[in-house]
Design a protein around this ligand. Structure first.
Ligand SMILES: Cc1ncc(COP(=O)(O)O)c(C=O)c1O
Length: 420
């Protein structure tokens, strides 16, 4: 009996080891940057090979989830394995520094979170508001930005005001200005709404907010990895985002930027190991000294360090290619697609603005006379993954393009649209 148990244990471990060896993908060398200058098509094909994406499917839904490339997957595997072999603990704080450099901030302004909604809740509950104070949002919110503010309205009586993003940045600014009153305390808008993917004029919005003594919060779910960011230049007070969309990082990793001079304004309600400078339960009464002087005050306790090694690898991956090139490629393909859709004339109801500064790597549209869910299903049957948008009654389609896509894939979708 003992032998048999031993045999099963050994076999099970053996199988696991084999599975692990198979699941850690051999590193595929990255194409040299000089190839991009000489043979751009080949460069992007080789970049595509860095992704485990199915060759049978066309994935045009990065706006929901960014597939990670092998260097990220392998970094997570290796760090998890290393930790479990050596019993290491900690090591996630260094990622805050890397993220800060990537988005034009400093390490002490970055709090690690698990997703965008985490960061939104920290801001929503931490910003000093009283009953009757007004907060401005759009009519194009994702549930992640809508529900925390609506919940605070429900529990604390703050008032939510909305505007609909316009076709131009100038008109959008005007619409925000029109809903500002003496009671407005926060402008809490998406950098890039999940619905039709237009880029809102974040810098100008933050400037307007500052001039009127209003806090500016940007829901940046779609910012890092699509756009080259400089948060100090943007001038926002707070910016919440994730790494699992456009940055192509591990799922369940995010971060919140809190501008340094806002640390003592944004109250921290949830605290734990890492948030404070000291506490003592042996004193009577017990003491709690102070919060740390950095954004670490907003996160605490044990984190998954393997995921953060994956975030490091995602940043290295982006930096290797260069954010200028990444942004050009993502936005370039979306612009080409938008032009192709516009060339279909009356058939298409284009929702994403055509103004250069307002369009990014996401295109939102309707096909006249075709139910959005029907076309979504047609695309799915043809192995093309896009997103249907039911939010805010838009009943539309959304297509996202990232560096691993190519125009052949977009053209296959365009043929389906033509035939719909
Ligand atoms: C604009 C926007 N905000 C917030 C979120 C919520 O993100 P998470 O699921 O990481 O909390 C999303 C997710 O798609 C989004 O598109």
């Amino acid at each position: 009996m003992q032998n048999r148990r031993d045999f099963i244990r050994k076999t099970a471990l053996g199988t696991m080891a084999l599975a692990f060896a198979n699941s850690a993908d051999a590193a595929i060398p990255m194409p040299s940057a000089s190839l991009l200058e000489n043979d751009e098509d080949k460069f992007w094909k080789l970049i595509r090979n860095q992704f485990p994406l199915s060759k049978e499917k066309i994935y045009l839904n990065n706006g929901t989830m960014g597939p990670s490339p092998f260097p990220v997957i392998n970094a997570v595997h290796e760090a998890m394995r290393d930790n479990d072999i050596n019993g290491n603990y900690g090591g996630w704080e260094s990622t805050a520094e890397k993220l800060a450099t990537f988005v034009g901030a400093t390490a002490d302004e970055i709090a690690l979170t698990h997703n965008v909604t985490d960061g939104i809740n920290i801001v929503c509950w931490g910003v000093p508001l009283k009953k009757g104070d007004e907060v401005i949002l759009t009519t194009h919110e994702h549930v992640g930005n809508a529900s925390p503010w609506l919940n605070r309205a429900k529990l604390h009586g703050i008032v939510i005001k909305t505007f609909t993003p316009a076709k131009t940045a100038a008109e959008t600014l005007q619409r925000i200005n029109d809903v500002i009153t003496k009671k407005t305390k926060v402008i809490a808008v998406p950098h890039i709404p999940c619905t039709i993917g237009q880029i809102l004029p974040a810098k100008e919005i933050c400037k307007m907010a500052k001039e009127k003594n209003i806090y500016s919060f940007i829901d940046g779910a779609h910012g890092p990895g699509m756009l080259k960011l400089d948060l100090h230049d943007m001038g926002c007070d707070f910016y919440a985002t994730c790494t699992h969309k456009w940055l192509l990082g591990p799922k369940g990793t995010g971060f919140l930027y809190v501008r340094k001079d806002m640390l003592d304004t944004l109250q921290t309600y949830f605290v734990g190991g890492g948030s404070d400078t000291g506490w003592d339960m042996t004193k009577t009464p017990p003491t709690y000294s102070n919060y740390v002087t950095t954004a670490h005050r907003y996160y605490f306790g044990t984190q998954n360090v393997a995921l953060y090694r994956g975030v490091d690898a995602a940043i290295d991956f982006m930096n290797y290619i260069g954010m200028d090139r990444v942004e050009k490629r993502c936005r370039g393909m979306a612009t080409e697609m938008q032009n192709k859709l516009l060339a279909m004339g009356d058939k298409i109801d284009m929702l994403t603005p055509t103004e250069a500064e307002s369009r990014g790597a996401v295109v939102g549209f309707r096909i006249k006379g075709v139910l959005y869910t029907d076309f979504y299903n047609t695309a799915a049957k043809n192995n093309i993954r896009i997103r249907s948008v039911a939010e805010n009654g838009l009943n539309s389609l959304r297509v996202s393009t990232h560096i691993y896509n190519n125009m052949d894939e977009v053209d296959k979708l365009m043929e389906l649209v033509k035939g719909a």
